[in-house]
Design a protein around this ligand. Structure first.
Ligand SMILES: [Zn+2]
Length: 123
């Protein structure tokens, strides 16, 4: 069987140990349930919340993602000459609300891959 690349498994939000099991229950565009995670991996039985409150640390990752998004958005609009007075007050909230499911999910996925202490095990 073909080995799954770590970047692909992060992008597809897969289990860090087997890279097969999905971490989230619903598609990201389901705004009412995008936050629902599987408790354990369906393939290797890994418990995703390594310890109680583990995903609180993902807030720091999401904060960094929002800052990076804001800076990118600000620079892009400035360079293109589209930045107007007062625009900054609604630019960040609109971006964060639209991208909330992706920011939430990828902050958790990246935090688990970086700080979960879980190593990939070949099947
Ligand atoms: Zn797994």
């Amino acid at each position: 069987m073909q080995e799954v690349n770590v970047m692909a498994s992060v992008a597809l939000q897969r289990c860090p140990r087997c890279r097969k099991g999905k971490m989230f229950c619903t598609p990201a565009y389901n705004y009412l349930e995008f936050h629902k995670m599987h408790e354990k991996c369906a393939h290797c039985d890994l418990k995703f919340e390594v310890e109680p409150g583990f995903f609180w640390g993902a807030m720091f990752v999401s904060y960094a993602m929002v800052v990076a998004l804001f800076v990118t958005e600000f620079v892009a609009l400035s360079v293109l000459g589209l930045l107007r007075s007062g625009m900054i007050y609604y630019m960040v909230p609109v971006t964060v609300i639209v991208l909330l499911p992706f920011i939430f999910r990828y902050s958790r996925v990246l935090f688990l891959y970086w700080f979960g202490g879980i190593k990939y095990q070949k099947p």
